[in-house]
Design a protein around this ligand. Sequence first.
Ligand SMILES: [Zn+2]
Length: 170
Amino acid sequence: MKCRNCGAEFEEGMFCPECGMKNTEVVISENEVAKTAEEERKKAREAVIAEAKKRVEEEKNEIRERAEKEVWEEAVKAAKQEAAKNISFEDEEIRNEASKRIREEAIPNAAEEEKRRMQEAENRKIKEEKAINRKAIISLILGIASWVGMITVIIPMVGGIWAIVDGVKA
Ligand SMILES: [Zn+2]
């Protein structure tokens, strides 16, 4: 054992052969030291294990969080792509719908409009022709009237000339 006063090593007895210090407590103390050391080692081992476990747990959490984040980001990306696809799909649907409406409504409407315009032009032409016919009939009547008028003048004139000629011959 080691004297706790002077530090000298000795094998037997409680008194130090160097300084004479009674060393009864040293035995207890050494036992305690050994016990304490064992406890400290145990504590240290447990602390190391606990620390290692904690690190493993933290790493696991980090990995999980990273994985969750990646999964989340992937999901967000996929959702965005899907949404973009839906939007362009909706766009396309709207375009298709619009062109369908144009085909179904605007084109027949245009055809209808064209038909109506042609009908109007036709009606106008008929009206103009009627007006021209009316003018022609009026001209004809006026022409006939003036002919009748001329003849009614010419016949007495010719009759008068014949009468004069007859009178000259006689
Ligand atoms: Zn001593």
